[in-house]
Write a protein that binds this ligand. Sequence first.
Ligand SMILES: NCc1[nH]cc(CCC(=O)O)c1CC(=O)O
Length: 313
Amino acid sequence: MSRTLRIATRKSMLAMWQAEHIKARLEQLHDDLTVELLPMSTRGDVILDTPLAKIGGKGLFVKELEVAMLEGKADLAVHSMKDLPVEFPPGLELFGICEREDPRDAFVSNHYARLDDLPEGAVVGTCSLRRKCQLLAHYPHLVIRDLRGNVQTRLRKLDEGEFDAIILAASGLVRLELTDRIKERIDVERCLPANGQGVLGIECRSDDPETKALLAPLTCPDTRSCVLAERAMNRRLQGGCQVPIGAYAELHGDQLHLRGLVGRPDGSEIVEGEIQGHRDDAEALGAELADYLLARGAGKILQDVYAENELQS
Ligand SMILES: NCc1[nH]cc(CCC(=O)O)c1CC(=O)O
């Protein structure tokens, strides 16, 4: 029986690449399946002049896609897991979690080979409070400036000389075949990634078993365990995507090792911790690590960050 699936997607090059990638994999897996893309604009794409942390609102980039699925105009959406809110609207769920690519942040510069080489006062572009916090904690001599836009826009601003360097997810650059722009992959000890970084997630309607059956083979069980732990930590911390929270899990056999971090955007305080346990307890481990961080002052830091965002908006 032939079937057609429609993927709702943002129109940025990275989002389109990701949707095309899942389309190709699905069509390869299933004979007689046709996959079409439904490109859409989201609020996050339209509001380009305000730092994301100030616009706030969870899921700025996903709401329109979700409406399209609920209205039956599309069957699935492909997301960067790190941009996905931890909760889903009724009727929709996270069904597929694909194999993780490089989770690290990448150092991109036209003049410097490594983060360590940046001189006093060098200007680094990022709008991620997580990156800002960790960069300033390790390199207090740097100046961090907001940098927004899709990957191409950010690279253009670097090339125009507005910044000495910028930080982007390595995975996004790799997907766009811009690997040669990566000067250094920053180890997770210096910059703990965002939960779900480097992972594609697939969202679909909860009551759509046919789509789910087609999507099932895309899930990577190892990545899924890691991402469940990372997201459980963020959920317990009640962190949206615009907060200085890092979460990164790795598997060693069946042992899951999760690291977490909450920090002040200026790098003046970082609360961090790690936990290890069986992968079957991934979500419980995430929640437990969140409680550990909360007991050490993470809640106060997050409260202050949220209050600051309120004030500026
Ligand atoms: N917030 C934007 C965004 N969302 C996902 C990625 C990269 C790909 C990924 O993490 O899977 C990026 C770009 C970036 O942070 O440099």
